[in-house]
Design a protein around this ligand. Structure first.
Ligand code: ISE
Length: 335
């Protein structure tokens, strides 16, 4: 059976997902590429062999020739479109964040609970990255002993001038919030955040300290203007040993009495395997109706947004902010 997909949003990530489905995921076809810009939709449809283009996301979701949906439109549209997928009974892989506010995420949870089955997978793709997979396996296999600290570094080359410190927390850091919950298997109970001073006009890094419900510490540096390359690092420290994420590079150049490795300009090459494996898992979810045990579901998506909300509060106030994690509905406990 071929899974027929609609791609909503043909920007950087929508285009990337369309290429992944078209080139790397057998058993799928692209029924429609939908974007506010018809020209952009046409361009991506041409390179991916998609059957049709559209500019109306709601009509695209409802189409008879669409079995499942990938949402990669602007963050502010995620909740509305995810709710439309649930109403249509169609599985949806929604790019992160699930929605920018906790209230919108809660509406999605309520709709899924009312539908009585999970339909939503959230694009926290690092759960599928081989380096994080090995980190989690080292913990779960007992090599590290009990985990006590997780250190995370998230560095982008640059962001536009309108990108703020709060956006470092709401747009970039949710990857780390989700990875920490996933690797440690614990929830977050408090967060603090502050920034060093930069001497230019660019947004300064944000450094956060989180405490888990099992009294572990998670440190996160998000540096959106690191300039030198896209660089994600991490270390999980246990009571007996530690494990660091490898930074996958395929070659090292030796010249002029030195050795150099190159950095990617953004996250797509660094997490190419993760995106591919994540999208494979989504297709299996569509085929079987069984959510992936690895993927982030709507509940995970809601918690990352909740932590981000509290992180913004912590940055603005300078105080450590407590986080009350609500009890998960049965739908997410049994998944
Ligand atoms: C972006 O939206 C992403 O999702 C990337 O994975 C992340 O590295 C980047 O910081 C975000 O802005």
């Amino acid at each position: 059976m071929t899974i027929r997909l609609a791609i909503i949003g043909a920007g950087i990530m929508g285009a990337d997902h369309a290429r992944i489905f078209a080139n790397d995921i057998p058993g799928t076809s692209l029924s429609v590429i939908c974007d506010a810009s018809e020209a952009r939709a046409r361009e991506i449809a041409k390179v991916t062999g998609a059957a049709d283009i559209a500019t109306d996301p709601h009509a695209s979701i409802k189409r008879q020739d669409v079995d499942a949906v990938l949402i990669a439109s602007p963050d502010a549209t995620h909740a509305d479109l995810t709710l439309a997928c649930i109403a249509a009974g169609k599985p949806v892989l929604c790019e992160k964040p699930l929605a920018p506010t906790t209230g919108e995420c809660q509406r999605i949870i309520e709709a899924e609970v009312a539908a009585g089955r999970q339909l939503v997978q959230v694009g926290y793709m690092r759960r599928f990255d081989p380096a994080y997979t090995e980190m989690k396996a080292a913990l779960d296999g007992g090599t590290l002993g009990r985990a006590i600290m997780m250190h995370n570094f998230h560095r982008n080359v640059e962001v536009p001038p309108w990108f703020t410190g709060a956006m470092a927390i709401t747009n970039s850091a949710p990857h780390e919030f989700d990875a920490a919950r996933f690797v440690l298997g614990a929830d977050i109970r408090s967060i603090s955040a502050s920034q060093p001073r930069r001497t230019d006009d660019l947004v300064a890094p944000v450094v956060m300290i989180l405490r888990t419900t099992d009294d572990q510490l998670v440190t996160i540096e998000v540096n959106n203007n690191a300039a030198y390359g896209y660089d994600v690092r991490g270390e999980l420290v246990g009571e007996r040993a530690s494990v660091t994420l490898g930074a996958p590079v395929w070659s090292r150049t030796h010249a002029n009495f030195g050795a150099t490795e190159t950095y990617a300009a953004d996250w797509r090459p660094r997490f190419a395997d993760a995106y591919r494996l994540q999208n494979h898992a989504f297709v299996r979810f569509v085929e079987t109706g069984q959510p992936s045990a690895v993927a982030a579901n709507a509940w995970d998506g809601m918690l990352s947004t909740l932590i981000a909300d509290k992180g913004c509060e912590a940055l603005a106030s300078g105080a450590t902010v407590s986080i009350e994690t609500p009890d998960a509905p049965e739908l997410y406990k049994t998944a």
